[in-house]
Design a protein around this ligand. Structure first.
Ligand SMILES: CC(=O)N[C@H]1[C@@H](OP(=O)(O)OP(=O)(O)OC[C@H]2O[C@@H](n3ccc(=O)[nH]c3=O)[C@H](O)[C@@H]2O)O[C@H](CO)[C@@H](O)[C@@H]1O[C@H](C)C(=O)N[C@@H](C)C(=O)N[C@H](CCC(=O)O)C(=O)O
Length: 497
């Protein structure tokens, strides 16, 4: 299916937009304006755009109507009327926005094979593995993850796991215009609950797993699961690949109505499964079941959890009919996912990693692997991000202390929360969680230096929680801080004596 290119097809008229919204939408002002784009951020408005003035947590977008008009907006979409520009008023503009943005940009997802990956852990790695598999199978790809948006025009750092609706549709339109075949994208529960992905057609939805996270945003686990399950509603995704290693995945697999396959690294009762899993310092091996005869697979990615992610990608590609021999070769060749058990090597006599694990489910999957790499000690740098579910903090410390010999509690990004309180909660958990030595070093760079200074030959050091993140936030202040660079510098300083 071809996509309307806003530059070569006649512009859409505002009144058509109103008609699409149905009889509950009202328009003040003329409907004759030509609409060439749509934006929900006044700072990004371009001439010919509709500005979607949405209610936010801090401000209402209507406050920025003058700026949007000055930048050339031809109209607004909002839940409030305005006399600054012709305004379409609807009860829930956020809900209306995704499908409208898709329409404005020519429904680009229909021209693409969009793979949407949701779940608590493994979304980013699975998207990277899908991308690697698709490319090896000869498909041109774009990718949208919390790390970066990568497409025909290069790569840009992502500001969110799942972009806001307007940015998402603009990006998909650019991909479609460049005749990209497929897109691997992360779909966060925020993206689902806030309707960012409405208007996007997914060829395959992938569910990795679900564990406690984001309870600062969702009232409880059932609401968190319900948000994730939105991806798999008929009309939104055409097929599903569902991980069934937790109760939520099994619930989803039992209720989805679209064609689906299941995957599991723990049971052979799934459509795609793994046996003989072995993870060492150089990679991860397993035997793949479900794709014809049992097939040996050797991943370059580190850690048993990557078997789950590889199975997720393989199941999703299989359900879409991608040639698995080529795709699996691509999956095997992927050598790293930024900030996911990323090795930092300055020639030191111990292993050092940066990882994104920021919930206890992730810790329980990763720490045993780290433990298996050493007869010496595991030294973990751990913290808790602010403005998140406070109930996560003590368990994060406790689980780290259950597996590590030394836990160094430090700051992540406290945002508006009290940094000392965050550290105290994590440290309290760590002291209650096992026999680990617990140190508290508030400054993250100093905590990393402490970890490498304590390490002996053969030990394992892991700096956990932030992964690829390059910005540390204290209140409104932002400072550039990349764990990988800080670890590299600490190791170099250690080597220099
Ligand atoms: C909870 C949430 O999703 N919040 C989003 C929301 O922020 P907000 O409600 O505070 O917005 P606001 O500052 O009050 O502004 C209201 C409106 O005015 C607009 N505005 C504001 C200022 C201006 O100069 N001009 C302008 O037009 C804003 O675009 C917004 O539409 O609207 C903003 C703009 O659209 C988003 O940037 C912001 O996401 C913030 C950055 C965020 O942190 N979101 C997180 C919670 C998130 O979405 N995370 C998920 C999952 C992460 C994970 O997996 O761990 C993700 O997908 O990234």
């Amino acid at each position: 299916m071809s996509v309307d290119c806003p530059r070569c097809t006649p512009p859409k008229l505002l009144r058509e937009m109103v008609r699409r919204l149905g009889c509950s939408a009202t328009l003040s002002g003329s409907g004759e304006a030509a609409v060439t784009g749509i934006s929900q951020d006044s700072r990004l408005v371009r001439a010919g755009d509709v500005y979607a003035a949405l209610p936010g947590r801090h401000r209402h977008g209507i406050e920025f109507a003058v700026e949007a008009a000055a930048r050339g907006a031809v109209a607004m979409l909002s839940d409030r009327g305005s006399d600054i520009l012709p305004t379409i008023v609807v009860d829930d503009p956020r809900r209306a926005l995704g499908p409208l943005a898709a329409w404005v940009y020519g429904n680009p997802s229909e021209a693409l094979d969009v793979y949407g990956v949701t779940g608590t852990n493994g979304k980013t790695s699975t998207a990277y593995l899908l991308d690697a598999g698709l490319r090896a199978a000869g498909v041109g790809t774009g990718m949208m993850t919390g790390i970066a948006v990568r497409g025909p025009n290069g790569s840009r750092t992502a500001t969110r796991t799942t972009p806001e609706a307007c940015e998402l549709q603009q990006t998909l339109a650019a991909f479609a215009e460049h005749r990209i075949g497929a897109v691997a994208m992360e779909v966060s529960s925020h993206g689902l609950a806030l309707h960012r992905i409405d208007g996007t057609s997914f060829r395959v939805g992938v569910f990795t797993n679900l564990a406690r996270d984001h309870l600062d945003f969702h009232p409880d686990m059932d609401a968190y699961f319900a948000a994730k399950a939105r991806l798999f509603e008929p009309g939104r995704c055409a097929a599903a690949a569902v991980g069934v290693d937790d109760e939520f995945g099994r619930r989803l697999a039992a209720t989805v109505t679209v064609p689906r396959v299941t995957f599991s690294s723990r049971t052979t009762a799934a459509d795609f499964s793994a046996s003989a899993v072995h993870a060492d310092e150089g990679g991860t091996s397993f035997t793949l079941h479900g794709a014809g005869a049992p097939k040996p697979v050797r991943l370059r990615l580190l850690g048993v959890h990557q078997v789950d992610n590889a199975l997720a990608a393989i199941a999703a590609l299989a359900v879409r009919g991608v040639d698995l021999d080529s795709a699996v070769a691509g999956i095997e060749n992927l050598d790293t996912v930024p900030g996911r058990l990323e090795v930092v090597d300055a020639g030191q006599a111990f292993l050092a990693f940066v990882d994104y694990m920021h919930n206890t489910a992730g810790q329980r999957r990763l720490f045993p692997y780290l433990r298996s790499l050493t007869r010496g000690r595991v030294i973990a740098v751990v913290g808790a991000t602010g403005e998140r579910d406070p109930g996560k903090r003590v368990p994060l410390g406790a689980t780290a202390a259950r597996f590590a010999d030394t836990v160094i509690v430090t700051d992540e990004s406290p945002y508006s929360d009290d940094a000392q309180r965050l550290r105290e909660d994590v440290a309290r958990g760590a002291r209650s969680g096992g026999d680990a030595e617990v140190l508290v070093v508030p400054d993250r760079a100093e905590a990393i230096v402490a970890a490498v200074t304590l390490a002996s030959p053969g030990d394992v050091v892991v700096v956990a929680g932030r992964g690829h993140d390059r910005v540390q936030a204290y209140g409104p202040r932002r400072r550039v801080f990349d764990d990988r660079i800080a670890l590299q510098e600490a190791l170099q300083r250690l080597a220099a004596g």
